[in-house]
Design a protein around this ligand. Structure first.
Ligand SMILES: [Zn+2]
Length: 423
């Protein structure tokens, strides 16, 4: 690890080819994006420096890219990029949904990259792969394209419906060997998976790849012991596309450092910190030092599997957000939909039984405006609206803020009581 500044360090060691890609990206960002040109100016970096100086050192002089800059960059990307063929969105953790525009060039790079990652999990020509999601047209569509290019025997995007029995009954005759899904869906399907899909029950499921949120240790153990499958974590985000995947040694996530350059911005002592992502290949919306909001810990030493890519453990979010069926719901965005001014009382509580329940807890005096508050919140949160209207999650308001606490200032803003998220 190389020290760049007091609190930001590179994760891994970029090769000469990676450094060359970084120079190309910096030049491209300077040439096409006003948002970045302003950043270079502030750091005292001119076009001639980008050609002559060490690109890693130059990158180290730039400010990190936050959610607000990201939004400006998206507007600019739409204006300066030719041949945009796709857009990914998520509700995001701030008030505006995050948008990433994707050109044909980037889409084909992405497909090749995903195929490389799935090969690391040992997925190959003999596999039948089921991608299971509430909205399979989102990230899963790029997965199935990549799996086809990898030459798997069959691949299907399968919609998980809220009526549990029906949704997996259709999947069973397809007899998948690999299941790709989000942890909250995997958890809901566990009883059916163990009774119908396990090898001992006539099924051939041998691998589960989880995406979008963290998997509890308990669920991983159940999958490994009761279902007898190998579990792999996929790591990516709407804003960055794919980032890395767990290998067969199961000792952390390998970050593909020839696709993105990674840094960790530590907070205080230790190696733990927030991950910063810099694009090396993508051109429609290149990122320079984007602070993704994930807290990670780099893992020391080489991996048993022989891959050179650095490994990390993803520890959680640095902001106040919760993940529901893979969709990130942020406290700040909900707050901004409810109130126009800062400093008011609000708490977000998530509980889960058969379905997840999101409760926004507000002071009693807001109760008369119930329906308008509800409309405002859902209007600003397309992912949440989709999950609520589709019957995947329950959503309610409770006008009991502070009623059970002597000092409401001490109430936590986000409380996640779902079993998978508390240990
Ligand atoms: Zn490995």
């Amino acid at each position: 690890m190389t020290t760049l500044t007091a609190d930001i360090r590179l994760v891994g060691h970029p090769s000469q080819a990676d450094v060359d890609c970084l120079r190309e990206t910096l030049l491209d960002c300077h040439r096409r994006f006003g948002t970045y040109r302003r950043g270079f100016e502030v750091a005292g970096i001119g076009a001639e420096d980008l050609l002559a100086s060490d690109p890693v050192e130059l990158l180290g002089r730039l400010d990190t890219l936050n959610a607000e800059d990201y939004s400006l960059l998206a507007d600019e990307s739409l204006a300066v990029t030719d041949a945009i063929i796709d857009m990914e969105t998520s509700s995001g953790t701030t008030a505006r949904p995050k948008r990433r525009f994707i050109s044909a060039h980037d889409a084909s790079l992405e497909e090749e990259f995903l195929a490389d990652m799935f090969a690391v999990c040992g997925i190959g020509p003999s596999d039948r792969v089921a991608c299971l999601d509430v909205d399979p047209l989102a990230v899963m569509a790029s997965f199935t394209a990549a799996l086809e290019s990898l030459g798997v025997r069959e691949t299907y995007a399968y919609t998980f419906s809220p009526s549990l029995g029906g949704s997996l009954a259709g999947l069973s005759p397809l007899d998948p060997t690999v299941l790709i899904s989000v942890p909250s869906i995997i958890e809901r399907c566990l009883p059916v998976l163990t009774s119908e899909f396990a090898k001992g029950r006539g099924g051939h499921l041998s691998k589960v790849v989880y995406v979008g949120e963290s998997l509890s240790a308990k669920t991983r153990r159940t999958l490994e012991t009761k279902l007898g499958v190998e579990v792999f974590g996929y790591y990516g985000a709407t804003e960055t596309s794919a980032l890395g995947i767990e290998c067969a040694a199961h000792d952390g996530i390998h970050l593909f450092s020839d696709r993105n350059l990674f840094e960790v911005q530590s907070r205080g002592e230790g190696a733990t910190g927030e991950l910063l992502v810099t694009s090396l290949r993508l051109r429609s919306m290149p990122l320079l030092r984007y602070a993704l909001g994930d807290v990670i810990e780099p893992k020391p030493g080489p991996c048993e599997c022989g891959l050179d890519y650095p490994r990390i453990e993803v520890l959680g979010r640095s902001d106040e957000s919760v993940s529901v069926l893979g969709a990130s719901i942020g406290y700040e965005a909900l707050y901004d939909a409810v109130y126009d001014v800062p400093g008011e009382s609000m708490q977000l509580v998530v509980t889960g039984e058969a379905r997840d329940l999101l409760t926004i807890v507000l002071p009693e005096e807001l109760e008369p405006s119930d329906s308008s508050v509800r409309d405002a919140v859902l209007a600003g949160q397309p992912d949440l609206e989709f999950l609520v209207t589709g019957g995947y999650v329950d959503f309610e308001f409770s006008y009991t803020y502070g009623r059970e606490s002597a000092d409401s200032r001490k109430l936590k803003r986000v409380v996640d009581l779902r079993e998978s998220h508390v240990g």
